[in-house]
Design a protein around this ligand. Structure first.
Ligand code: ATP
Ligand code: MG
Length: 459
């Protein structure tokens, strides 16, 4: 059967240039896999028999970036889109588990495909020769299978990142992992500890956002525990708490599945209860309690952020979400708190984006206990979001920036030093509580009353 791929015009032009100069050239890897699955590839990689210096002369006149040239990759930029063009190559050993020690350029496409990780990633296509598929990637794609090219143990030993890539592709595409590949990856998972954090990060975040993340986390928790060791005690952990019907890992997996596929939300749910085993106490009735666990989970999130080289903004948001996943968002009596001053104070602390995200996390966490129904929790979530929408539509004041007076106004009426900041904060609270209008005259007047109250207190 002949498969016709639809190439972007620039990609066709790059292939034509290489062929015109007497070289063979194909689109290869992820873009072929995604095209055959009917998805739009997010980038197009090309492989070719041209050596790096030959590519440079073929593409002279085009904008190129030479950072990967040592490994045979020249990036060609057309219409602001980068295309990676790589000489057919085979990789040497990965003694440091990070990069191949050396690469050797070859002139044979099949050898280049043989170095690739999985059969579904080891296909190439060109307009005049059609699909090159020496490892039956097409068959595995139709069967929904992730299978190593070659001998699985050896392939995972060469580069342990492939262990996580297998889980990533299975999660993203909802594929199964072929049994020999699965048992080899379990055996080689401990080597993941040696892989550079930034390589692990990319694969882990994609895995967490995949449609089959729940299934993968349930089947391979010990692989994840090689990356985040605090996961290990959670596997099969009986919480012995009447608010929870699942063990701690199953609760976590359900929590992850229940939030939108956004890397920071998914990672926050993965880590939100990691602190539980360390803080557990058991009361006289045998019930487990986990007081203070969000703080410990936050410390674990911070360590994880460091080991994965997450950027500061990602880390800070992650830590906030983990630390506050359990922060009461309801009233003492357990009702959903949609009270105006309550919401304004929460907006003041978290900002709109994090507050909405905490609502989502809270909802997923509750459903994942197994003790509340999704319908009930989703109705509560909708009610909260609606209350927040209505409130924000009024453009209310919930930050010092929104307050109708500033430090200069207070200095002008005689306040000095620390008293200025304190007065601003108490005025903001008075406005959020609805005790004073957010208008300059009213605010200054209330300040007057306040200082008079204080004077009389002192008498
Ligand atoms: P994505 O859609 O996420 O970009 P991809 O398959 O294109 O997926 P990349 O990381 O962009 O993944 O790699 C491009 C190709 O290079 C892969 O399809 C695969 O053929 C090969 N490859 C990438 N990483 C490895 C690896 N660690 N070991 C072997 N081959 C790899
Ligand atoms: Mg790619």
């Amino acid at each position: 059967m002949n498969y016709e791929l639809i190439l972007p015009a620039n990609v066709s032009a790059l292939l034509a240039r290489l062929k015109g100069a007497g070289f063979s050239a194909y689109v290869v890897g992820g873009c072929v896999r995604d095209s055959l699955m009917g998805f739009e590839p997010h980038d197009w990689d090309i492989c070719t028999s041209a050596l790096p210096e030959q590519m440079q002369s073929v593409f002279s006149g085009l904008r190129t970036v030479e950072t990967g040239l040592k490994h045979g990759t020249l990036t060609v930029v057309m219409d602001h889109v980068p295309y990676e063009v790589t000489t057919y190559r085979i990789d040497g050993d990965y003694t440091d588990h990070r990069h191949p020690d050396s690469v050797r350029f070859v002139d044979d496409l099949t050898q280049d495909l043989a170095r690739r990780d999985f059969t579904v990633n080891a296909m190439a296509w060109s307009p005049d020769t059609g699909l090159a598929d020496p490892f039956d990637g097409r068959r595995d794609l139709s069967a929904g299978l992730i299978r190593c090219v070659g001998e699985p143990e050896q392939r995972f030993e060469e580069d342990a990142l492939r262990v996580l890539r297998a889980l990533r592709f299975a999660s993203v595409y909802g594929f199964a992992i072929e049994p020999a590949t699965a048992s080899a990856l379990r055996a080689k998972a401990p080597d993941l500890k040696l892989v550079a954090g930034e390589r692990v990060r990319e694969e882990l975040l994609k895995l967490l956002c995949g449609k089959s993340v729940g299934q993968i986390l349930r089947e391979y928790p010990e692989v994840l525990a090689e990356i985040i060791p605090e996961i290990r005690p959670m596997i099969g952990y009986d919480q012995q708490n009447h608010h929870h019907s699942f063990d701690l890992w199953e609760h976590t997996v359900r929590g992850v599945e229940g939030v939108p596929a956004d890397p920071v939300l998914r990672l926050a749910m993965l880590l939100h209860d990691t602190g539980k085993p360390a803080v557990r106490t058991t009361d006289e009735k045998g019930e487990g309690h986990y007081k203070g666990h969000p703080k410990v989970s936050e410390e674990i999130a911070r360590r994880t952020a460091e080991s994965l080289h997450l950027d500061n903004a990602f880390r800070d948001r992650l830590c906030t979400l983990v630390l506050h996943h359990d922060t009461p968002l309801r009233t003492q009596s357990g009702e959903i708190n949609t009270d105006r001053s309550f919401l304004l104070r929460r907006l003041n602390i978290f900002g709109e984006e994090n507050l909405r995200t905490l609502f989502l996390i809270h909802c997923s966490d509750r459903i994942a206990t197994g003790y509340s129904t999704p319908e009930r929790e989703k109705a509560r979530l909708a009610e909260r979001m609606a209350a927040l929408d209505a409130l924000l539509a009024e453009q209310p004041c919930f930050t010092l920036k929104d307050l109708a007076v500033n430090g200069r106004d207070l200095t002008a009426v005689g306040l000095k030093g620390k008293a200025v900041g304190e007065a601003l904060q108490s005025l903001l609270e008075a406005v959020m509580d609805g005790r004073v209008q957010n208008e300059k005259a009213a605010l200054l007047l209330s300040l007057d009353h306040k200082s008079k109250d204080n004077d009389s207190d002192n008498e």
